[in-house]
Write a protein that binds this ligand. Structure first.
Ligand code: FAD
Length: 400
């Protein structure tokens, strides 16, 4: 289907369906606001599923639409332009699904993909631990085989687990070979959250809300067949998921960024900040930066279409995260003294924060999650520029 035709179809569908009760969910959710109208947004997403508008980029045989990358970008653009609510099933659709399609057994695909398409089961990502964030190879959560019952038994702690409190399943990176080190001996396990061995504790964030959690596994169980890729080869699977997280899944967000920038420009025009030459300069630079993000995204599309992976995604991640964090700071500059007061600005929510304050606070996390800026720079240095690898593990610790 021609791209214009596809755009018209998406636009018309969203126009016709974000109506009635669903009109209420327009513009809700998003970073720092995941708690907003969660049940209503879930209902909206199930409605999308019933009309075949979830997982549009997945192959048709797994319930998707087989949309090309360009079509996926168009879909995300139209979605944001329609002011449709933030998606609740992002982790299942954009991270777990593509990973299973690439590495899962046929049995796993049949079991786990349909409930993602239908938004019947939500997923969370169990990578980070108190001592294993950037250095993911330091994972200590372990899993052992109980051959008698044909199950894995999982013990350990994860942290910063987004949406764990809403999720039915978690993909967990765990050490399954005792005595193994670093990237070896890890496995990628699919673990049900609704069982006595799993405890989820919310963590309160800078915005005052709780999008993520600590998750404790205490003799939690999952079936022997719930390992993706070969046991002990989980690193490869986990890295593929990170590639999906940094790559195509972020392509649609530029429209949201454009709206945020437009709102800041509008405020600057209203309150006179636009007359300050330094603010004008920063607004123009923000606009140029956004254009750069869009062009890099197109380059990434080309690379992804040609089967390339990795480095372009890191360049994209570092660029948009830094740009968006700076936009949050600019939003505060433009707000002036009013930015210091909560509960006063236009559109202030029940948390007392207005959109610009929430943007400022949450965007501090952009350069951390999905791989911090420093880690992206390491990837670019080593894998793009071919610079020598930095000292890791013992060598680094030994210096302290
Ligand atoms: C909003 C949000 C949502 C998240 N959601 C999830 C989730 O759903 N699931 C999940 O598993 N995780 C999640 N995370 C965790 C996230 O992936 C980690 O925070 C991130 O990987 C950084 O790890 P860390 O916090 O342990 O920091 P650390 O690794 O301790 O890093 C601290 C600082 O040191 C720097 N640093 C570390 N190592 C190096 C190095 N070798 N060279 C240079 N600098 C270095 C880092 O860049 C950083 O600035 C989330 C985080 C946030 C903020």
């Amino acid at each position: 289907m021609a791209l214009d035709e596809f755009r018209a179809e998406v636009r018309a569908w969203l126009r016709d369906h974000l109506e009635g009760g669903f009109r209420e969910v327009k513009g809700l959710g998003g970073p720092g606001r995941e708690h907003e109208a969660f049940a209503e947004r879930l209902a909206w997403e199930r409605h999308m599923a019933a009309h075949g508008w979830t997982c549009v980029g997945w192959p048709e045989e797994y319930g998707g639409r087989g949309a090309t990358l360009e079509q996926q970008v168009v879909f995300h653009e139209e979605y944001a332009l329609a002011d449709a609510p933030a998606r609740v099933n992002h982790i299942g659709e954009q991270l777990l699904g593509p990973t299973l399609i690439a590495f899962g057994t046929e049995e796993q695909k049949q079991r786990f993909l349909p409930p993602v398409v239908a938004v019947r089961e939500l997923w969370c990502q169990g990578y980070s631990e108190p001592d294993a964030g950037s250095d993911l190879a330091g994972v200590r959560t372990r899993a052992e085989r109980d051959t008698g019952r044909g199950e894995w038994v999982v013990n350990g702690q994860k942290t910063w687990t987004s949406l764990a409190h809403e999720s039915q399943w978690c993909f967990v990176l765990a050490r399954t070979e005792p005595g193994s080190e670093r990237h070896t001996g890890l496995s990628y396990l699919l673990v049900p959250m609704d069982q006595p061995g799993v405890v989820v504790r919310p963590i309160v964030q800078l915005t005052g809300t709780s999008e993520f959690n600590e998750v404790f596994f205490d003799d939690a169980r999952t079936a022997a067949s719930c390992v993706v890729g070969a046991p002990g080869d989980g690193w490869r699977t986990a890295m593929a998921t990170l590639g999906f997280e940094r790559g195509v899944s972020t392509l649609g967000q530029q429209v949201g960024f454009r709206r945020e920038l437009a709102a800041i420009v509008a405020l600057a025009e209203r309150n006179g900040a636009i007359d300050d030459p330094l603010i004008r300069d920063r607004l123009v630079r923000a606009w140029i930066g956004l254009e750069t993000i869009c062009f890099n995204a197109l380059r990434m599309l080309d690379g992804a279409a040609a089967g390339a992976s990795g480095p372009e995604a890191s360049i994209g991640k570092i660029y948009w995260a830094t740009w968006h964090r700076a936009l949050g700071e600019l939003a505060m500059e433009v707000s002036g003294a009013a930015g210091m007061l909560t509960g006063s600005g236009p559109g202030a929510g029940p948390d007392g924060l207005d959109d610009r304050q929430r943007l400022f606070l949450f965007s501090r996390a952009d350069t951390i999650y999905a791989g911090s800026n420093e880690i992206q720079r390491n990837i670019i240095a080593e894998r793009v520029l071919g610079l020598p690898k930095e000292a890791r593990g013992q060598a680094v610790r030994g210096r302290h």
